[in-house]
Design a protein around this ligand. Structure first.
Ligand SMILES: [Zn+2]
Length: 171
């Protein structure tokens, strides 16, 4: 995939993140593509941190029930934040071969877990990763969220490594 395409797809993910922010939810958006076609978009769907992360919303839309997709279909996931352990695990389990994310998550991100610590099934199913696409725009949304949220988790200093990265002036 070329840079223009990644930039455009991340734009859809950022738009989903804006929708989450408008509902006072943590602003993560995700897009699932097959080749150059968008097949699902979603955003974090609740205030508390349980199952309906943006990635899980799009996975459920595409992989609910039986499906015919395989690793030959060039499935890609775009997300505005590096996936957590749940979403990364689901990503590795599904026939997705490429991950593009905007901002790293030093608190809970799992995309950098090395393949060689994984069991054989997952080691043999590599995922190509591209990082930092439209990072500044994603970071700006997280900054707006941290400035406005009333969630106790954040108000009491939750995810300090992530919050520090959002507050830093970098890109
Ligand atoms: Zn997640």
């Amino acid at each position: 995939m070329d840079d223009r395409f990644d930039h455009e797809m991340m734009g859809y993910a950022l738009e989903e993140a804006r929708q989450a922010l408008a509902k006072a939810h943590f602003p993560v958006g995700a897009v699932l593509t097959i080749g150059e076609r968008v097949v699902a978009t979603g955003h974090k769907a609740m205030g508390s941190n349980h199952l309906d992360h943006a990635e899980m919303v799009v996975f459920r839309a595409v992989f609910q029930g039986d499906y015919d997709y395989s690793r030959q279909d060039s499935l890609g996931l775009y997300t505005t934040l590096e996936p957590c352990i749940m979403c990364w695990g689901a990503l590795r389990h599904l026939p997705i071969t490429r991950l593009v994310y905007a901002m790293e998550d030093a608190y809970g991100g799992c995309a950098e877990v090395p393949d060689d610590v994984l069991p054989p099934r997952h080691r043999g199913r590599p995922v190509a990763i591209r990082r930092g696409v439209r990072r500044g725009e994603a970071r700006a949304l997280f900054s707006q969220f941290l400035d406005s949220t009333q969630e106790p988790f954040w108000l009491t200093g939750g995810a300090p490594e992530f919050a520090a990265a959002v507050r830093s002036s970098g890109g």
